[in-house]
Design a protein around this ligand. Structure first.
Ligand code: MEV
Length: 415
């Protein structure tokens, strides 16, 4: 955290942009992209989807204070929900006391699946595994870019699936996709090798498609939250109780994980990721034991400080896809200062853990409505016509009276 980012929320828009421009070394054009509130124009939108009639924008904010693997980050977040960016920044500030977030991810392997029917699965499996080299070489011939980088298809595995309509062979290609999200190249490789797989097995290949359950792109993070900063021993204990609720009850776990995803998806949106893929994989992982549970774990260390851990699959990319075409996503990726997809995965996991911390800390102490109602009061005061110099006083008065409504905001404005 630098002096310029402290009390970031008190700065006006220009001051915030000045700070971001300086820290992220934005060019004049990149700053203009942020100032223009633009994103993409209609022509781009029309090329991206069918039947386009316009574009749709969301707030973009910056979460501050993040120290991840000893590196400072400003995290751009695109989200419509109040409190999320403030909560992430606050959690990151507390995490800094004990060194910030430590996050690692081991590999960037995408999984492609080829569904083969009308085969004797056992003998077909032997034949496929015996032809691994040939299959990998054909797969890799479909991407010069990955091959040149020493990446690309690395492993072939087989599994037998028993189904009510008979057994199936599922051939899986494990592809090191490097800094790409990798959906396109994975699908291309699967489709490319399917005729060979049919020839080897004598079966029929039906689906050839990437699996979004990206368990070979796991990310693991942790942070220690100082007990005094958290609010004392009682709050630490209550947070652990809140976690145990989520760990043991799927109704609570879904909401708990929604809090985690508030952080991850907001930062993923800002950097132009396929957020549906991230969500789908995260929830499948949360249910990996057969019972849906928390994506995070909370406990105490020997000093009574709160320890948070997160683990989830994270399939993200910084080359290809929307990042090539969306100017704001490009600038946000620059603001993050990341150099690889792995680094982005680590940042997203840290943001998820931070978000979850703030949510359960609020829930386990004063509740979340107090903060929400203050923001709501600000919105009401603005909707009633209060100017920037009047909003704080009106909010203060409404909070004091416990009467937060548009009518009261109008009355106070009249006075
Ligand atoms: C609201 O968007 C997210 C929370 O409900 C998460 C949680 O309950 O842990 C506050």
């Amino acid at each position: 955290m630098t002096d310029s980012t402290s009390r970031f929320f008190e700065k006006n828009r220009k001051e915030r942009l000045d700070v971001v421009e300086k820290i992220a070394h934005l060019t004049k054009q990149e700053r203009e992209t942020l100032e223009s509130l633009g994103g993409i124009g209609f022509e781009q939108a029309d090329k991206m989807v069918e039947n386009a009639i316009g574009t749709f924008s969301f707030p973009l904010g910056i979460a501050t204070n993040f120290l991840i693997n000893k590196k400072e980050y400003l995290i751009p977040m695109v989200i419509e929900e109040p409190s999320v960016i403030a909560a992430a920044s606050k959690a990151a500030k507390i995490a800094r006391v004990h060194g910030g977030f430590t996050v690692r991810n081991d590999e960037s392997y995408s999984i492609g699946q080829i569904q083969v029917v009308n085969v004797d699965v056992e003998s077909a499996t032997k034949k496929i595994l015996g032809s691994t080299k040939e299959i990998l070489s054909l797969a890799n011939s479909k991407s010069n870019t990955l091959s040149k980088m020493g990446k690309g298809a690395k492993e072939v595995t087989c599994k037998k699936l028993g189904t009510p309509v008979g057994p199936m062979l599922i051939v899986e290609l494990l592809i090191d996709v490097g800094d790409a999200m990798g959906a396109n190249v994975t699908n291309t490789m699967c489709e490319g090798v399917a005729p060979l797989v049919e020839k080897i097995t004598g079966g029929k290949a039906i689906l050839k498609i990437l699996s979004n359950y990206s368990t070979r792109r796991m990310v693991y993070g942790s942070a220690v939250f100082d007990k005094d900063e958290v609010g004392g021993e009682k709050t630490v204990d209550n947070i652990i109780l809140a976690y145990q609720f989520a760990a043991n009850d799927e109704y609570r776990a879904v909401t708990h994980n929604k809090g985690v995803m508030n952080g991850i998806i907001a930062a993923a949106n800002a950097t132009g990721q396929d957020t549906r893929a991230i969500e789908a994989a995260a929830h499948a992982y949360a249910a990996r034991t057969g019972k849906y549970t928390s994506l995070t774990e909370w406990s105490k260390d020997e000093n009574g400080n709160l320890v948070g851990k997160i683990a989830l699959p994270m399939s993200v990319g910084i080359v290809g896809g929307i990042i090539n075409v969306h100017p704001t996503a490009k600038v946000c990726t620059k603001i993050l200062g990341i150099e690889s997809a792995s680094e982005l995965a680590c940042v997203l996991a840290a943001t998820g853990l931070a978000q979850n911390f703030s949510a359960i800390r609020a829930l386990a102490s004063e509740g979340i409505q107090k903060g929400h109602m203050r923001l709501h009061a600000r919105n009401l005061a603005a909707a009633a016509g209060a100017g920037p110099d009047q909003i704080d006083r009106i909010v203060e008065q409404m909070a004091k009276e416990g009467n937060i409504s548009i009518n009261r905001a109008k009355e106070l404005l009249g006075q």
